[in-house]
Ligand binder design. Structure first.
Ligand SMILES: [Zn+2]
Length: 389
């Protein structure tokens, strides 16, 4: 390991361009909740039995034991983190990670997480807002009688400077897949009908009922995404897309980002940076797209912490084709704060190993290797999101 490079990478503030504020609940959590960020599965056996044997998770327990000066066992680490007061614990992790600004999708588990201004105070760091478009439409049923009303409300939210958005985000990958169709009269009609039916069921059912009004109709999702991109284009506002692995309801074959061709081919959308999040196991497809379209960016958030030691391999495979000015680093931190801290730790570890190897092979000089890490961890995000932090 090149110590100078490793230290230099450690000094770059990590701009976390895709993250979720942690849950705002009792700080003292049981073991299951401590493990949960490592899986988006919904079946308890996954975290009660299997996650403890995932190498990436085992690595986090060991690294957290070093930070908290305790024995490297799950029980000891959990007891040590639970014993700390909540704000000092969040700040310890943020400072240890050299965390910079955060761009938070605040409609993940809406209502259960820290509001972004409160989270910003806890972290003592800027937290900017990312708008999850499908969920935003679902939240507008009461105010919007028709699909036209809903799309107008969405456009207003995106174009109003008072909203101070740094990016949009789509979860189409979770809902109907990434093979977006361009607009047509038939699609619009189908979308309007789907919207009316979903709205009717949402407004006539108890709000607590799970999945009521959940938008999972392809014509409707495609219409929302297309409308959002049209609103984003004049301001070159980026749009993030969930790509590939995640919840257990994902159909992986519909999550290959090469299916997004209609968006890449539509000339007016070239103004919009299209950010492919997570990507595993399609990180090579994402890299190919970043190499082929000037406004496509790849990110390995969520992937990097969960695959643990595989992070170096996947980063190297991504860099085979992804120009380094088109690779971004996020954590996809969610639920509890350790995940974000650990993701940043593994990003730095993987960059030091992979770029250090290129220096050792005399492919890059040391200055270029460090500048590359700086771009991936910090500069690329500030440029794309037109952000001050
Ligand atoms: Zn996310």
């Amino acid at each position: 390991m090149d110590e100078g490079l490793r230290e230099g990478i450690g000094q770059v503030a990590f701009v976390d361009h895709h993250v979720h504020a942690p849950f705002k609940r009792a700080h003292e959590i049981p073991l299951d909740d401590f493990r949960r960020p490592f899986t988006e599965a919904s079946i308890p056996a996954v975290w009660t039995e299997n996650i403890p044997t995932l190498i990436g998770y085992q690595w986090m327990v060991r690294e957290l034991a070093r930070l908290l000066h305790c024995e490297a066992t799950e029980d000891a680490v959990l007891a040590a983190r639970n014993a700390m007061a909540v704000v000092p614990y969040h700040r310890l992790l943020a400072d240890a990670a050299n965390l910079g600004a955060c761009y938070a999708d605040d409609l993940f588990a809406a209502g259960q997480c820290y509001p972004i201004d409160v989270w910003s105070e806890v972290l003592r760091r800027p937290v900017e807002r990312v708008l999850r478009v499908e969920t935003f439409v679902e939240q507008g049923y009461a105010a919007c009688e028709t699909l036209d009303d809903a799309l107008e409300r969405l456009t207003l939210e995106i174009t109003s400077p008072a909203r101070r958005l740094v990016s949009l985000k789509s979860i189409a990958g979770y809902r109907t897949g990434l093979a977006f169709d361009p607009p047509s009269a038939a699609q619009r009609q189908a979308a309007a009908t789907a919207y009316r039916d979903l709205r009717d069921s949402a407004l006539s059912t108890q709000h607590s009922a799970l999945f009521v009004g959940r938008i999972a109709d392809k014509a409707l999702v495609d219409t929302i995404v297309w409308t959002a991109l049209e609103a984003a284009a004049p301001q070159a506002l980026p749009m993030q897309f969930h790509v590939a692995f995640g919840d257990d309801d994902i159909i992986m074959t519909k999550n290959d980002p090469t299916l997004m061709r209609a968006l890449f081919a539509h000339e007016p959308f070239r103004a919009v940076p299209l950010v492919l999040l997570h990507c595993y196991p399609f990180h090579r497809q994402a890299a190919y797209l970043a190499c082929t379209y000037p406004n496509v960016y790849a990110d390995l958030g969520l992937t990097i912490p969960i695959i643990g030691p595989g992070a170096a391999t996947v980063l190297a495979e991504t860099l085979e084709l992804c120009p380094t000015r088109q690779l971004l680093a996020s954590t996809d931190g969610h639920m509890e704060p350790e995940f974000q801290w650990f993701a940043i730790f593994v990003w730095r570890w993987a960059l030091a190993r992979v770029l250090g190897q290129y220096v050792a092979w005399d492919i890059l000089d040391g200055d270029t290797a460090l500048a590359t890490a700086h771009a991936i961890l910090h500069d690329n995000a500030l440029r794309i999101y037109q952000a001050e932090y």
